[in-house]
Design a protein around this ligand. Structure first.
Ligand SMILES: N[C@@H](CCC(=O)N[C@@H](CS)C(=O)NCC(=O)O)C(=O)O
Length: 214
């Protein structure tokens, strides 16, 4: 039985934003490397599969043993249980927007990343050309997702919802690092790319991103 949060994580994964928020909320937590894609996998990958049958990250075990999966649900549950300034106040338009765009990014972009990362899961064909076609379609879907997000926040000077960052900023900054989407955003939506870079530079975020991406 755990007495603190246990986060199954991997470098460059969607667990990075959960690490940021655990830190931001001042919570006691332990990180377990459960990298699924390395050879051999991370030392805690077999243990991860006992709590999350898909073997995916982020997976968070709460004090007492409750299992949390699905990145948005993980982050939102932390926000509810540990009130802070990292989420807009209940019942406000900003809170609805924060949850809306996190969920959009998860269901559109993160889902497409899962297809591009593992095209063999999404076609019964064994042909490399068929798998490459699946990958290309998934990348196009990611780009469409980022086009929609970036147009919704065009001309913004601070962060997504105003002058201060929230959990949604951290979540989108994490997801936009995959599949060279930052390069795509820089060339197609430079003001949105600049906003993501402001999130990267936050004192809370920068060291965690450095550990994941350097
Ligand atoms: N719906 C999940 C997706 C999680 C996911 O795809 N995580 C990736 C790492 S960023 C993973 O664990 N991939 C390994 C696999 O799918 O086998 C969420 O939002 O947390």
């Amino acid at each position: 039985m755990t007495t603190r949060y246990v986060l199954y994580t991997a470098n460059r994964s969607g667990a990075a934003s959960v690490e940021v928020m655990l830190q931001a909320l001042g919570l006691d937590f332990e990180l377990k490397d459960a990298t699924p894609w390395s050879d051999p996998p991370g030392p805690f990958f077999d243990e991860l599969k006992t709590v999350n049958p898909l073997g995916q990250l982020p997976t968070l075990v709460a004090p007492g043993g409750e299992i949390l999966t699905e990145s948005v649900a993980v982050l939102w549950t932390l926000m509810e249980r540990h009130p802070s300034e990292w989420v807009p106040a209940p019942s406000t338009r900003e809170r609805a927007a924060c949850l809306r765009w996190m969920t959009f990014a998860s269901s559109t972009v993160y889902a497409a990343v899962g297809v591009a990362d593992y095209p063999a899961r999404w076609t019964s064909s064994r042909s490399p050309a068929a798998r490459a076609a699946v990958e290309r379609a998934a990348v196009a879907r990611m780009q469409l997702g980022w086009d929609i997000v970036a147009r919704a926040f065009a001309q913004k000077t601070g962060f997504l919802l105003g002058p201060r960052p929230y959990v949604c900023d951290v979540y989108l900054a994490n997801l936009s690092r995959w599949w060279r989407m930052r390069d795509y955003l820089k060339s197609t939506h430079p003001s949105f790319a600049a906003m993501m870079q402001r999130v990267d530079r936050l004192p809370l975020v920068a060291p965690i991103w450095k550990r994941h991406w350097s």
